[in-house]
Ligand binder design. Sequence first.
Ligand SMILES: Cc1ncc(COP(=O)(O)O)c(C=O)c1O
Length: 397
Amino acid sequence: MLSLSELMLSVEESRTLALSASIFELKREGIDVLSFTAGEPDFNTPEFIKNAAIKAIHNNLTRYTANEGSPELIRAIIEKFSKDNDLHFEPKNVLVSSGAKHSIYNVLTALCNPGDEVIFQSPYWVSYPEMVKLTGAKPVILKTHAEQNFKLKPEQLEKAITAKTKVFLFNTPSNPSGAVYSKDEILALAEVLKNKNLFIVSDEIYEKIVFDKEKHFAIGSVEALRERTITVNGVSKAYAMTGWRIGYAAGNEKVIRLARKLQGHSTSNACSISQAAAVAALTQHSIEVAKMVIAFQKRRDFIVGELNGIEGIYCALPKGAFYVFFDVSKFYGKALNGTKITDSSSFCDYMLKKERIGLVPGVAFGNDKCVRMSYACSNEEINEGMKRIKHGLKKPG
Ligand SMILES: Cc1ncc(COP(=O)(O)O)c(C=O)c1O
């Protein structure tokens, strides 16, 4: 056998995608599995967005657009950043890609050389470590815990920065923890970053999904960091458009130029029809997003109350996104219904096999004490899921 890419062999498959695939398989076999693994809203894309896409097809917007994105979408993105985030860009600062995942990959590849270090916290979004490895750089992971609401302390960040640090990769609101950094917390991190020679990549894909009057603050709007911050966002989560694959990055012109070059030689422009739909999402006023956020907040309140009522579970209150990330480590070393629980994977295996409920092991996000449950699903599913979790944890060894 001829040898394959050492780099690709060193990269792990996406555990969340793999888990979703095996749950899909069980469902196809007719097994009644409840899945709480989804990283996407359960709502449909709003009608006005779908109509914009249909119109685009009828208007024959079916050809290549500019590699970096259509001028209409780039203008809409510039206006969005200016209105929502106090970030001010010109077209040369923007790149539209096939999802925020693609944006982050393009930007990290534009920034990193082999041997560089990229700092981010755990729990982290599954793709960060593997994407960093794909660039040849080294992930440097800073642990945060439920007791600190899964938020990085400025001292932790200060200590981790070395001469090799190229990027601080930041995510608020966070997947999987739902943590939302306040403006003051971000300013405290910015105090550390302002005199350091590094870039900041800020993943703000869950910006619109925040609760309890919490406000999203963009780290790139801190004056001292403007030139060095690349802000990533997209339409997947806020507008229930995960399948349309539109994400975008904006920031330093030199970095964006390199990211555009990579995209130009790999995928070229994001889908022209999806770009037209994204223009509608970003420019037309609608109450759909607010309605989704209200529904998510109600579900969160119910789930957190239920989980914290179960002996042995601790769930910090998430302030954004649509996940709870709860600590199940009190069950480790114990047997549930004859099954020994040793870590987040065996906990989730047990729940899937015995209670037919799909949860994601925290180890996929760099925290083996917790598991992630998505509440982007119906209230009926959530009610039934809670019953199954309680049932599974009640059984004596
Ligand atoms: C933290 C985070 N960033 C980025 C993405 C990528 O979103 P998309 O590629 O659908 O725009 C996701 C999706 O799950 C995410 O959770």
